[in-house]
Design a binder for this molecule. Sequence first.
Ligand SMILES: [Zn+2]
Length: 445
Amino acid sequence: MNPFYTATLHQHSHILNQLIRTNLGERTQQVFIFCGPAGIGKKTTALRYARHCLCDTTEQGGCGHCRSCATFNYPWSHHPDLIVFQPFDEPVALPRKQMLATLQIEDEEYLSYQAQLEQENWVSNIFPALPGEAGLDLFLLNRDLIYDKSPTSIFPNHGIIDKQLEPILENRPVFGSIVRHIYSAVPSGTYVRSLKVETVRSAIIDKVGQKPYMSKRKIFILDGADKLTIGAQNALLKTLEEPPPSTFIILITPFLNKLLPTVRSRCRTILFTPLASDKSSTLIQDLHNCPELEARFRSSVSSGNIQKALTVVREEFLILRQRVMQILTTLLSYPYRQLANDTALLASSASRKTKIEAQTITPVEILESVLLDILHIKEAHAELKLMHEDISEKIAKIAVLFSVNDVLFIAEKLNEVQFRLDNNVNPQWVYERFLIEVTSGLPKT
Ligand SMILES: [Zn+2]
């Protein structure tokens, strides 16, 4: 997700404080790896640190008022010395309140424009905050409207969209302005599947040596550093070894092992831990403008991944969970005539080309969380809240069917599923094998 507006950094504030207390003198650390699960605030922390490094004053964390800091106050304005790369399918996030204030319109009118954005194909999907003047709206942009057709094009070309917007700004100025704001919030650079060596050369290596435009420093944030090809990582080594004195580079990734040891050894690695569930649920409440119960639901089904929590479509999730629960209840005396259907269901949702692939909740995740709930019930951890609190009675009924060992056995098989899917094994085969192994391994009733 993009940004700047959550008032607190929740549990990562100690990391930021540690970073900004370091003197930005000549011998300071300039290259970092921020590592931790997806969607928990690594990029937000990186951006906060960027604000600190780029501020005209020496105020810790950034003064908030100087020319440099001012660009951080609006999600649609860019700092010329902050270069952020992120995957294209990451939604652009805009705070509703700022949008309403800038456009000087009411919430209701804004919501009607949101509907038009999707109808007229300006965006491919919207994950709106609940009505009211708070929360974040997430938009999935239409790549063709801002990038040249070439698949390697990573810098947005605002000229393309400006041309299309001309007549609209004239006839429907508010609507046109909304489109313009959304599209000006795209990051400085995006990539589709991987970051190749040519891209890294032209977008990073050739640019690090250039003088900053506005501030005293220059920051490169590379979200999804695991998407760097081996060649690209090798090409970066020299830059990471000896960055120009005013340049900072932050590589962000959930997978440290996808970075070469030679890359890792040149950077200072900072580990981020997932948000505690009460913290993530408070944050979701703020960002989605939703009541506590809804926030708890979103928090629990997304295991601390805030972006996922904001984009999960409740209805789709409920349907999938219901199917997964049905399969679970039949495992002990499995009717094999169901095998083809069940496999198809599990595999289709695993490989479904959703608009934001990484944010979809998978059957594996649902099964895992239900199994955990079952364990909590069996081990009578009364103090722990169930993740699927809303169907606790159903889960309690299923819990009676399985022993603790059964649950652990299924969980172990699920790990294998995840491992195989991560290694691009055909989902159909993976789930079929899972169902066969689990049903034949469990004691018969
Ligand atoms: Zn400042």
